[in-house]
Design a protein around this ligand. Structure first.
Ligand code: HEM
Length: 431
């Protein structure tokens, strides 16, 4: 039986009073019955705070009537804007946000997925020689940072990184575990500065495509937005991706049989297509299902937050203007009405249709859906397929692991595995 840690939800309607805490501290503020209920409202202060887990109403808030329910900006100004600058895609209100979103969109276009997969494979092979794969979070952090640097903000695909990736990754993980966002951002600043001084990287967002694969864009981003958003991509992309890959690896280390089935699937797919490519990944449905199930149970974002601009009715209850609506992604992903055996790891469920599209929100939904929602799945699959080909592994003491919310959902202790090297048979050999 695979052990999957869970949050110890111990709040009540009274603890929902503070909107900032309801966004930041789910364990202390969300009532445990949000796993059964569709709506939980705290009306005790001047600002009403709502936890909304009803999929039809979530769809209205995030997708159908999204203009009526804008992002609640104070929560982003508290963290993202303070650390990355006010010109980022995260910190911008609607009018400023749209051109920024358009400017970064081509970076995630499907025409770049081959490059992404290839870079992810190289970054993984490099990390196995420069990092210690036993401490898996630092190992996957090095990979996710390297991939962002090489494909989005920094080096070109063939560059040899001369920043100290292993040390930066270790530092990032330590600061993130300590809940020290500012300290973590100093490492990210170091990376972003490296890429500006290295030359071609800055051009990645401003309009020059390192791989020659970008479709033309109408309005390239200019400084100072460029600098801020280079930081924002590192900020948004490294920890989320590294944690998801770490959890997936940590889970697979608990189930030898599942690991071996995925090894066969990923090797067969590479043999059938001749390389590790987006096409090969298209032939890895079980690996994708395992990644999706990992993101259901251990989605890095515990919530996304909106507000009301006028009086509304949600689930038949009147909600005044100026209320904060917390969409509790973590609780929706384990909601008793939306999932069978919600706390059990069962990747097969993603080989069948799910009950409601809004029951699954690891990348949020609507206009503010994660820009990398599709591309990052290819990246993570490429990294895991490369590791499956080269190693088998066993997770250390999984039952001692807990889950807590820092800026994102995080492990309570170091994630460790014992690795055993294999004779590679996948793309490394084919290529
Ligand atoms: C498994 C990995 C990832 C997960 C689970 C994830 C999840 C999310 C979520 C939930 C949001 C919405 C945040 C909100 O509520 O405002 C978001 C937004 C965003 N993500 Fe990701 N993300 C991942 C990887 C990445 C990567 C690799 C990048 C780029 C390098 C990225 C860039 C962004 C950007 C730019 C936004 C802002 C979109 C907007 O507001 O228009 N993400 N992501």
């Amino acid at each position: 039986m695979i052990h999957v840690p869970k949050l110890n939800l111990r709040g009540s309607e009274a603890t929902l009073r503070s909107a900032v805490k309801a966004c930041r501290l789910p364990e202390q503020t969300w009532p445990v019955d949000i796993l059964h209920r569709r709506l939980c409202v705290s009306q005790r202060t001047s600002r009403t705070v709502v936890l909304l887990a009803d999929p039809a109403e979530v769809s209205r808030v995030l997708v159908e009537s999204e203009k009526q329910f804008p992002k609640w900006m104070p929560i982003y100004r508290h963290s993202a804007a303070r650390e990355t600058g006010t010109g980022t895609i995260f910190a911008s209100t609607d009018a400023d946000w749209a051109p920024l979103r358009r400017a970064i969109k081509p970076l995630f276009h499907s025409s770049r997925w081959s490059l992404l997969v290839d870079v992810a494979r190289h970054a993984t092979l490099d990390a196995t020689t420069t990092c210690n794969p036993v401490n898996i979070e630092a190992f996957f952090t090095a990979i996710s940072v390297d991939v962002i640097m090489r494909t989005l903000v920094g080096d070109d695909a063939d560059a040899t990184a001369d920043y100290h990736l292993a040390a930066i990754a270790q530092g990032l993980v330590e600061k993130q575990h300590a809940g020290d966002l500012h300290g973590a951002m100093q490492h990210i600043h170091e990376l972003a500065t490296t890429c500006t001084s290295r030359g071609p990287g800055a051009a990645a967002i401003s309009g020059v495509d390192m791989a020659g694969a970008l479709p033309p864009r109408p309005r390239p981003m200019q400084e100072p937005f460029l600098a801020d958003n280079r930081l924002a991509l590192l900020y948004a992309g490294q920890e989320t991706t590294a944690l998801t890959m770490s959890w997936c690896f940590w889970i697979l280390g608990q189930d030898e049989e599942l690991q071996s089935r995925l090894r066969s699937e990923t090797r067969d797919a590479q043999a059938a297509t001749g390389s590790l490519s987006p096409e090969a990944i298209g032939k890895m449905p079980r690996l994708m299902a395992v990644l999706r199930e990992t993101l259901r149970l251990l989605s890095p974002s515990s919530a996304t937050v909106r507000c009301t601009t006028q009086d509304e009715t949600l689930c038949g209850q009147a909600i005044p203007a100026n209320s904060v609506i917390v969409v509790p992604i973590y609780a929706i992903h384990r909601h008793r009405d939306l999932w069978d055996q919600p706390d059990t790891f069962d990747a097969e469920r993603f080989l069948r249709p799910i009950k409601h599209p809004m029951a699954y929100l690891p990348f949020a939904a609507g206009r503010h859906t994660c820009s990398a929602a599709r591309s990052v799945m290819y990246e993570m699959a490429a990294v895991l397929a490369t590791m499956l080909d080269r190693f088998e592994w066993v997770t250390h003491a999984p039952e001692d692991m807990g889950l807590t919310n820092k800026l994102v959902l995080s492990p309570t202790s170091e994630m460790k595995v014992t690795l055993n090297a294999l004779e590679p048979r996948g793309a490394a050999v084919i290529a």
